[in-house]
Write a protein that binds this ligand. Sequence first.
Ligand code: ATP
Ligand code: MG
Ligand code: FE
Length: 336
Amino acid sequence: ILILGIESSCDETAASVVKNGRIILSNVISSQIELHTLYGGVVPEIASRKHIERINQVIKQALSDANVTLDDIDAIGVTYGPGLVGALLVGVSEAKAIAYAKHLPLIGVHHIEGHVSANYIEYPELEPPFMCEIISGGHTHLVIVKDYGEFEILGRTRDDAAGEAFDKVARAIGLGYPGGPKIDKLSEEGNPDAIAFPRAKVEGAPYDFSFSGLKSAVLNYLNQCKMKDEPVNRADVAASFQKAVTDVLVDTAIRGARDFHVDKLAIAGGVASNRHLRAAMKEACQRETITFYHPSPIFCTDNAAMIGVAAYYEYQKGTRSDLDLNAVPNLKLGER
Ligand code: ATP
Ligand code: MG
Ligand code: FE
């Protein structure tokens, strides 16, 4: 079975050909990061326009890299939410046009189900059930993946997503967009124990997250330095912030795995590519004899391979979308 995966929910235009659910024949990603860096964040109108300009070429490239044509494809999988509505619509319209013209089954894929499915690519032995911590630009969830595309949500963020916190702190210390990779890099030169930032817990909800207090603590620290006319060591701020986020993410995931007697833990989403987090999670899992799964960085951030993988398992379950499939910008996890 060959699936053409298409992703355009934010600022990556991506297409991929996936064979039998887990073999990636091609993975083309056209990122708009440089374009949006100018504005310090993703500008929705610009994102939509660029998706339109690039999507045909990206799909062509994905097919040619995989050495196939549209006639070899068995089904089309496309992200239909959540994301920016104008950006999503480009992928959805394109997928519908191809499905109609080629009489192919169409499968609308949940973007976050895609992120989770990225773990299947490099671990052929990984099968549900397992625990997954989803840590992306817009989501922070601790879930049990009960079956392919079936999630039991144990906890979620009460305010900012993990990636959002990285991006906001990066902006505050003048690193620009996107903040995650820049904080990851700068932290190498900083002392993670230099500044005592808070590790927030949510009363009575052991698997929920809250990052807005941490963000405020960083902003307060920067303001205090300014008032006292003290120089800010940005690398120390970055490293201390990164450690605070990591401590919370690792503690919560490990507590969840212990409480629910799960011995397989995966991470997913852009923040899962953070090097400090990966190392800390790996160490904690070893200590607890939990098997740790983490996609390569290229499969952590937005890509279409993960969409093709998720689409394959939906295809096997018989999920089909009609040609009136629409973009759903605020689609929740577990909804269709
Ligand atoms: P969502 O998937 O929730 O809809 P998104 O698609 O915008 O949001 P992703 O592509 O999963 O998010 O990830 C982007 C986020 O990951 C950004 O917030 C970015 O700063 C963060 N990120 C990327 N690389 C790293 C890194 N090395 N360390 C920390 N954060 C990172
Ligand atoms: Mg992106
Ligand atoms: Fe994403």
